[in-house]
Design a protein around this ligand. Structure first.
Ligand code: TXA
Ligand code: MG
Length: 363
């Protein structure tokens, strides 16, 4: 299949730019588009064949439901059995934006779109391209993250091309996603409401609207434990995993960098390709490893600095790109520093721990 690549100049975005993409959606074709969180792989949410195509293009298990995207609050009505007051209150506060709500679904949404569930996940994205595409299409757009199943979500059109070119009808290139981590998912069909996936909208922010909201147990797990099954079907799969073996080091930062240096040195001397995921603060501490790197018969070292620990938004925005970078350079062993778990840090560590298969070393 030929995939059309449509580059958009954000400084003069007009609905004409998205006319063909919208037409494609109405015809049951698949269009990848940018959102403020990550890129989405969109199809008509009312069309069960389009949903089936989405699963096929991603290689995604068909029991893993899709998020339905809307552009106005009123568009929620036909998708759900009823709109609870709490959904209205959350929407007033956080929509358009990086929040997904789970509600009881209406008959209108086919089971293919919701992975067989009686509930539906709904989000109103704030990205102007996403918003305009939904409006132009005139139908709600079902869109999972636009990555091949199991790989890190895509935050740039280049990532989407890498994973899905030749498998979908169009990719809209609108530059990098600002947030870089997928939306916060809140289940409103249970009492108390539960956070199924942490994201940019934190538990503290949500508690201003729903004081008793809690995390789903699976969100807080810190080790591989098959007795804790995630409520969001997609959260139970191995995810975001780079091809190399990723280990997270946590503890006092100077000990963390010391432990990473020791492990990296050992693997480099054994001739392996090694990646280090670091921050501005610790970048300098790996300098001496580069010298080993220059000697003969040692492996190759790739260091990726994803920004300052004081700027969690920057770390969130660069995380998936960094994981993809280690695949590109074919890193066999990847050592990552840990980040603090409050605020957006909760979402950063959630994705990083999943990517590492909960392989965490405390030093
Ligand atoms: O930021 C985002 O949410 C991005 C952009 C494109 O909007 N989308 C995204 O979709 O991350 P996806 O499919 O990669 O992740 C959706 C998650 C999966 O873990 C899925 O299992 C869960 O939402 N989910 C969807 N519908 C659900 C439902 N009815 N009940 C429980 N979990 C649901
Ligand atoms: Mg995904």
């Amino acid at each position: 299949m030929e995939t059309i690549l449509k580059k958009i100049d954000m400084s003069c975005l007009s609905s004409g730019d998205l006319r063909e993409a919208a037409e494609f959606i109405r015809q049951g074709k698949l269009v990848a588009f940018p959102t403020e969180t990550v890129y989405g792989l969109g199809g008509n949410a009312y069309d069960s064949t389009a949903s089936a195509r989405i699963y096929a293009a991603k290689g995604r298990p068909s029991d893993n439901p899709l998020i339905v995207h809307i552009s106005e609050f009123s568009e929620i009505e036909p998708l759900v059995k009823e709109v609870p007051d709490v959904a209205r209150a959350l929407a007033d506060r956080f929509w358009p934006g990086p929040l997904t709500m789970i509600l009881e679904k209406s008959e209108r949404i086919p089971k293919e779109t919701t992975g067989g569930l009686d509930t539906v996940a709904i989000r109103m994205p704030s990205h102007p391209i996403a918003n305009m595409l939904i409006k132009e299409a005139g139908v709600p757009i079902a869109a999972p993250s636009a990555n091949a199943s199991g790989r890190p979500s895509t935050t740039k059109a280049e990532h989407v091309i890498e994973d899905l070119s030749g498998r979908i009808d169009m990719i809209i290139d609108g530059g990098s996603s600002d947030i870089g981590l997928e939306s916060t998912i809140v289940d409103l069909t249970v009492n108390p409401a539960l956070i199924l996936r942490p994201g940019y909208i934190t538990i503290e922010m949500l508690r201003e609207v729903i004081p008793d909201i809690e995390y789903d147990k699976a969100v807080l797990k810190r080790m591989k434990d098959d007795t804790i099954v995630a409520k969001a079907p997609g959260m139970k799969y191995r995810h975001y995993a780079p091809k190399g073996e990723l280990t997270i080091y946590e503890g006092d930062m100077s000990r963390v960098s010391q432990a990473i240096r020791a492990s990296a040195e050992e693997m480099l001397k054994a001739g392996h390709t090694v990646g280090i995921l670091t921050s501005d603060e610790l970048l300098g501490s790996y300098e001496d490893l580069r010298a080993i790197n220059l000697k003969e018969k040692t492996g190759t070292l790739y260091i990726k600095d994803i920004g300052s620990r004081d700027n969690e938004a920057e770390i969130a925005a660069g995380l998936f790109d960094a994981l993809r970078y280690f695949d590109e350079v074919k890193a066999e062993y990847i050592y990552a520093e840990s980040f603090t778990e409050g605020g957006i840090g909760q979402a950063i560590m959630n994705r990083l721990m999943k990517a590492a298969g909960y392989h965490i070393v405390t030093v």
